[in-house]
Design a binder for this molecule. Structure first.
Ligand SMILES: O=C(O)[C@H](O)COP(=O)(O)O
Length: 344
């Protein structure tokens, strides 16, 4: 829909492409586990020699329902070399996924905060997204409060090779928290907390919610509708502008999600076109002009690495397989290698 010259759709950006004017990261070449250097191979073999039980020793702390921390054994190896190098590199993966196609995407209706589920195609997109991230560690999942994002996260996780169970945290009141308690430490260790936050919801589309996008353009003019959909600071009638949506989504990200990344947790966020556009604007330091032409396809996972306080975009899978589309870091390659060892 956007007409700007540097039209960006994540579905079509290759991981090692960059668009200078947009501030996208350079130099994120594809490195698959097949290309790892000798020294790294030696490190992997030394890990392979570790005892199985200690290698899979888990460390899960459910400090409170709203502050949960999960460390994956793959990422908490017992080898000193690896934990030292991890400390040094202090990196974490961040996966962003816009939900799969919803029933109102299919009907071309403005959806916003109306809680509409996925179509069959959306379900398939979510499963395919899951395949693409099946080798990338996930310790914590954040979704919006809307079912299409939650379905996407859950369906994607059915494909993850680590096979941990995503468990939705219920802390809406004390009873919900108490009634959803888990009494086995071992079971907790095999789970991934899923935190729902309304702040990650789609922008509220005001009086456009439920209207057909094409009919609205026919009635109010293409330009007016484009302004409502893609301008930065002009809200649709009684709705939120992207700027307003960013105020709550980015504030939530910096307050709740960034500290998890800082502490080394790998995070997946399943959310929406506009809440994710505003978060990407923050991650990639896009200007309010640049974000106008940023379009996100449904069901396409985007990978970022958080390292030394910086976010580096590592890939957006347009290709058929995850190995060809993500630029693995050394730690991600190690994680994948360990999954191969465990599962093959
Ligand atoms: O809320 C909606 O209608 C869509 O999820 C996002 O719509 P947009 O592309 O018009 O912002």
């Amino acid at each position: 829909m956007a007409t700007a010259a540097c039209h960006r759709t994540f579905a079509t950006i290759q991981p090692n492409q960059c668009c200078n004017s947009s501030g996208y990261q350079k130099g994120s070449g594809n490195i698959s586990v097949k290309l790892v250097p000798k020294a790294f191979k030696a490190e992997v073999s030394s890990l392979r020699r570790g005892s199985c039980s200690s290698r899979w020793k888990l460390n899960v702390i459910y400090a409170s329902s709203s502050q949960t921390s999960v460390a994956d054994p793959v990422l908490s190896p017992t080898s000193h070399t690896t934990s030292d190098s991890r400390k040094k590199s202090n990196e974490a993966a961040l996966i962003l996924i816009r939900h799969g196609e919803s029933l109102w995407n299919e009907k071309n209706l403005f959806t916003g905060c109306v809680d509409v589920p996925l179509t069959k195609k959306g379900v398939e997109e979510a499963i395919e997204a899951g395949r693409k991230i099946s080798n990338i560690p996930v310790d914590l999942i954040y979704t919006s409060a809307l079912i299409r994002a939650q379905m996407t996260a859950m369906l994607a996780m059915t494909q993850h090779r680590r096979k941990k169970v995503p468990i939705v945290l219920h802390d809406e009141n004390e009873q919900a928290r108490v009634w959803s308690e888990i009494f086995s430490e071992e079971t907790k260790k095999q789970s991934i907390p899923v935190i729902r936050a309304w702040q990650l919801n789609e922008r509220m589309y005001g009086e456009l919610q439920g209207l057909n996008k094409q009919e609205t353009a026919d009635r109010y003019g293409k330009e007016q509708v484009h302004e409502w959909r893609r301008s930065y600071d002009i809200p649709p009638p009684n709705g939120e502008s992207l700027e307003m949506c960013a105020e709550r989504a980015v504030a939530y990200f910096t307050k709740h999600i960034e500290p998890q990344l800082q502490s080394g947790k790998n995070v997946m966020i399943a959310a929406h076109g506009n809440s994710l556009r505003s978060i990407i604007m923050y991650l990639d330091k896009l200007t309010s002009q640049e974000v106008i032409s940023l379009e996100l396809s449904t069901g396409i996972p985007m990978l970022y690495i958080f390292k030394e306080g910086k976010f580096m975009r590592r890939g957006s899978p347009a290709g058929p397989s995850e190995a060809g589309v993500y630029a693995y870091t050394r730690n991600l390659a190690l994680y994948r290698q360990k999954l191969d060892d465990m599962l093959n």
